[in-house]
Ligand binder design. Structure first.
Ligand code: GUN
Ligand code: ZN
Length: 433
């Protein structure tokens, strides 16, 4: 039965390794053919060698002139902050107080949560993001609304209820016991249900009591294949605050380490003010950093150090951190990441940035073999990029000499307009225009 087989002719870009550490990290088929069956990739190769193997009744979707990549993965984003993106405040802590907490309060209402979740997911698909690691709010109903909307679209999404039981407004506080009970019920309802995966989500050390950190660490040990997401070492005032709240800890990251929260599938947002001991612990525990350049520049938090992260061998992935971040687009996130690296005296090639938004992110999430590359057996989550999507990009990409130059122009100049189509599980979930 070939009725569930689809085929796409385009330039095909996919990664097998990290371009920073491997000469042959990617494959690029200039005139390629991608074959999908039953929602999974079944073959990838050159049109000239592969098209003869297509069953005669399969129509080929012709995307010649465009580039297909694995769908982008956003390793840190807050769906409840969609409505406060681009809100002015002098730094992280005032921004949380003035905008974030009041916006999150509204998710007590499931109808509001559903409305925002639907907008948020449609926006992700418009920018080519097919998987994201998503913060909900403290309200369990915000998680139910999110996964209901993502499953209706057939998406591979990871999300969880925020845990916070101190240093927050009363209307957003849970308790150590209730937060963990609610999280456990949500794990049982959603983790592994359809394509949903659960992330245990202590907001950050300042908003959890020691009792909540203890119970959260124990919950993570009972469910070792769930994700853990939190924030660490984002802002210097925050780092100082953590020192006063947890005086016994060696560093901010060490607070999480003491409660057993460094492990595969633990993803730490920001990681700007780390020391070498912290970097070593992230690397040796196979935890990962979510690097959020638009947010870090917007809030004035600081510059991520790609060189030191690489020297330590840390897993890392790019992320938007909307609503602290100022764009949903992973292309715009690459644009800012490139400039952050330059300001730190290092250099991020475009190939590396595309890796960090696809396979590198899948590796950071320990989901390689499921998503993140155009490899046979992977879920068919991919994006169709149009190098001629705007007059400027058309003019610039008409005379690129290499794949690197082409991808660099897409990263620096591209955005939602560059995404001609997005596919999830082999289904068209967004088409531009
Ligand atoms: N630290 C704790 N909460 C948040 C949040 O919502 N956004 C960012 N950027 N940092 C945080
Ligand atoms: Zn965040």
């Amino acid at each position: 039965n070939t009725s569930t087989v689809q085929a796409y002719r385009a330039g095909l870009l996919t990664f097998h390794a990290d371009p920073a550490f491997s000469e042959r990290a990617h494959s690029y088929y200039e005139d390629g053919l991608l074959i999908v069956a039953d929602g999974k990739i079944s073959a990838i190769g050159d049109w000239s060698t592969l098209h003869a193997s297509l069953p005669p009744d399969v129509a080929v979707t012709d995307y010649r002139g465009k580039i297909i990549s694995a769908g982008f993965i956003d390793a840190h984003i807050h769906y409840p902050q969609s409505d406060i993106i681009g809100s002015p405040a002098p730094g992280l802590l005032p921004w949380l107080e003035q905008y974030t907490f009041p916006a999150e309060r509204k998710f007590e209402d499931p109808a509001h949560a559903t409305n925002v979740a639907e907008f948020f997911l449609d926006e992700l698909l418009r920018v080519g993001t097919t998987t994201a690691l998503v913060y909900c709010t403290v309200h369990p109903q915000s998680v139910d609304a999110f996964f209901t909307a993502s499953e209706a679209r057939g998406l591979r999404m990871i999300a969880g209820k925020v845990l916070m039981d101190r240093n927050c407004p009363d209307f957003l506080c849970d308790t150590a016991e209730r937060g963990v009970l609610e999280s456990e019920a949500l794990i049982q309802r959603w983790h592994g249900h359809e394509r949903s995966l659960y992330a245990i989500t202590p907001r950050f050390a300042p908003t959890s009591s020691e009792a909540q950190m203890q119970l959260t660490g124990e919950l993570a040990r009972r469910y070792p294949d769930t994700f853990i997401q939190t924030h660490v070492s984002e802002n210097e005032d925050e780092v100082k605050w953590v020192k006063t709240l947890y005086p016994q800890a060696r560093s901010y990251l060490d607070v999480y380490d003491r409660y057993g929260m460094l492990r595969p599938r633990a993803v730490f947002g920001h990681c700007i003010w780390l020391d070498e001991g912290d970097r070593r612990r992230i690397a040796e525990t196979q935890s990962a950093a979510a690097v959020c350049p638009t947010s870090n520049l917007f809030l004035g938090s600081g510059l991520f150090d790609f060189e030191r992260a690489d020297a330590a061998g840390m897993l890392m992935a790019l992320a938007t951190d909307v609503g602290g971040g100022t764009s949903f687009s992973m292309l715009q996130t690459m644009n800012e990441a490139y400039k952050v690296a330059r300001l730190k005296g290092s250099y991020l090639p475009a190939l590396r940035m595309f890796y960090l938004a696809t396979l590198g992110a899948a590796r950071s999430l320990h989901l390689e073999g499921t998503i993140g590359s155009l490899a046979a057996g992977n879920e068919a989550d991919f994006v169709v990029l149009d190098p001629a999507c705007t007059p400027l990009l058309a003019r610039r990409t008409a005379h690129t000499d290499s794949l690197e130059e082409m991808l660099f122009a897409l990263a620096l100049l591209g955005d939602d307009r560059t995404v001609a189509a997005t596919y999830s599980g082999g289904r068209l979930v967004h088409r531009r225009g």
